[in-house]
Write a protein of this length. Structure first.
Length: 389
């Protein structure tokens, strides 16, 4: 092959890659204002950056194209109050129809599953916002009523019911969309300025859950990195307040687990009785879990001969990923089990697992000694336990 042909093939492969990553957005806005610009903004970690703009045609048509390497958030915008948040996937051809003054709720959209999903969520959110606003109208109409205190109490109760409903709906939406970046957007929705659907403190497990899923897939994407940084900071504050571990009631016996190992044989947690056991919940897709695994290897090497065992339960989605994680992290010397059902695993409700990594240290009778021992804290606790045997 001569040099000129080789160069041509390289160029063709580059152009083919660009075509595969290109996103096309076309649409029509009804009742447009002549000469108006429509903007395309890219969502970064802490800012919006305008990457393109076009003037609407007289009949409201517009067209953009953008090359994206991975799923990314963009805003289609007329102004600060009239915009549509979109999730672009490489190769999508998106068509939009909307009223000029209501981009937020388009009449129709095709070609973007992520954007359609977010629009569906926004409808539910808008219904809640409208119900809360109706309570304000009732309050204003009752301002001179002698029964105003009772009315306020009733309205407060209804408002809390509405907030609880959208909170529950949002959590379900995240659970159903953990493989998509739309779950990240759902974390930050508001009923009113400063009134968030999910509270980072009360609903912290959902921030951890989304972070675990997204940081594994898109570790270099700015909004994901920002969430990861936020979760680490929140976790650090919680650890400072609560301590690095929480001692469970010594009389509490860990619930039985019976799941298949990599060879398909069912291994019961109770089969480890007689050993000091670390019951560890993890997944190959979970970066904090993978970071913690070398600490488990060190602990096992130090204490296995003294009667220490690890019973590790995976929340992986596929057997292949699970086994690869075991091989890559050199975890093959202890017990591994999994039903490979991700967050639908039977152990999640059984142990009320909200995030991973999560572990419990058990005594010879299967009773809990301590929970969530990470890094040096595990080695310190094991040294204490074995010194008393």
């Amino acid at each position: 092959m001569n040099l000129r042909i080789a160069q041509l093939l390289v160029l063709l492969s580059v152009f083919a890659g660009c075509r595969g990553n290109k996103v096309e957005i076309s649409g029509k806005l009804e009742n447009p204002v002549q000469g108006t610009y429509i903007f395309l903004d890219e969502l970064k970690a802490n800012e919006l950056v305008t990457v393109d703009s076009v003037i609407l045609s007289d009949d409201g048509n517009f067209y953009f194209q953008r090359v994206v390497k991975h799923p990314s958030f963009y805003l289609l915008k007329i102004n600060q109050n009239n915009f549509l948040t979109m999730l672009f996937e490489p190769g999508e051809k998106i068509k939009i129809s909307a009223l000029y003054d209501s981009l937020n709720y388009p009449l129709s959209i095709t070609g973007s599953q992520g954007t359609e999903s977010m629009i569906g969520y926004n409808r539910e959110l808008r219904n809640t916002i409208n119900k809360v606003r109706s309570l304000s109208e009732i309050y204003r109409a009752s301002i001179d009523s002698p029964d105003l205190p009772e009315i306020i109490n009733r309205l407060d109760s209804l408002a809390q019911d509405y907030l609880n409903e959208i909170n529950t709906y949002t959590k379900g939406y995240i659970d159903e969309n953990l493989s998509s970046l739309v779950s990240l957007i759902a974390l930050y929705q508001q009923i009113a300025p400063g009134v968030y659907v999910l509270n980072p403190e009360e609903d912290f497990e959902y921030f951890i859950k989304v972070d675990s899923a997204m940081y594994y897939r898109y570790p270099e994407y700015d909004p994901v990195v920002s969430l990861h940084r936020q979760v680490l900071e929140m976790a650090a504050r919680y650890d400072d307040e609560q301590g690095s571990s929480v001692d469970a009631t010594p009389a509490m016996t860990a619930p039985e687990i019976a799941l298949p190992d990599p060879q398909g044989d069912t291994i019961r947690l109770s089969s480890t009785r007689g050993s000091i056991v670390l019951l560890d919940f993890w997944a190959a897709w979970c970066p904090p879990c993978r970071k913690e695994n070398p600490n488990l290897v060190e602990a096992y090497n130090l204490y296995n001969r003294k009667g220490f065992q690890i019973y590790q339960v995976s929340l992986d989605k596929s057997r292949e990923a699970w086994l690869k994680g075991i091989r890559d992290d050199n975890l093959g010397r202890w017990i591994h089990v999994s039903d490979v059902k991700y967050w639908n695993s039977m152990v999640v409700p059984l142990y009320k697992i909200n995030s991973i990594p999560y572990n419990l240290l058990l005594d010879e009778e299967g009773r809990v000694i301590a929970t969530n021992l990470r890094g040096n804290a595990l080695l310190v606790k094991l040294a204490e336990v074995f010194s008393q045997l």
